[in-house]
Design a protein. Sequence first.
Length: 237
Amino acid sequence: MTNTIVPQARHSEQHVVNQQTIADIVIGMSDGLTVPFALAAGISGAVQGTSLIIIAGLAEIAAGSIAMGLGGYLAGKTELDHYNSELKREYDEVERLPHVERQEIKEFFSSLGLSEEVQEKAVEEVTKDKDKWVDLMMKYELGLEKPDPKRATKSAINIGLSYIAGGMIPLSPYFFVSSSIEGLKISTAITLVALFIFGYFKSKLTGVPPISGAFKVMIIGAIAAGCAFGIARLIES
């Protein structure tokens, strides 16, 4: 009986992309939950009705999502520009100093525990194709992976939408009540729960003990809102 080798479908790694998306969501949600919550709490300490709180809250969410999204876009663009700059420099070094680059790639193979003979063969094989040669140097000499060309736009959208989603949680109660203090009570309850849940999953993703991490995020949000409310009360009095 002969064994038939069935070709397997190419496995595509999605870990980095997923991590980047999760990081964007964490950044957007973190500020989206905290900043509008503190703003609404602060204004609640100075006014009786909810109209001003809603208007100011929506304005802040709009401005905050744009600012955060722009920050994400610039970060993604900077990452891509840095990669392209290093790529250009690596091609230039391969052209001008091939003997140095060959020695560096040989040292990499040596670090893997390959024999001298295998190192030489591996260097000869890799350096036949300049693109593969440079790609290997980028990954293992500089530790740089090629960024997604659309990373900057995706990051801006992810962060901006996450900020909006987070910001609407503390602001939403004010749409349904007429008293600012009543709205603040409801907003505080749902926002602290949201902060706890957000902190729990954020901590699990980052390897921090989830319960303590959740309480830490919740307490930070509560302190920010409490300080804003107290300052507004002092200014009013």
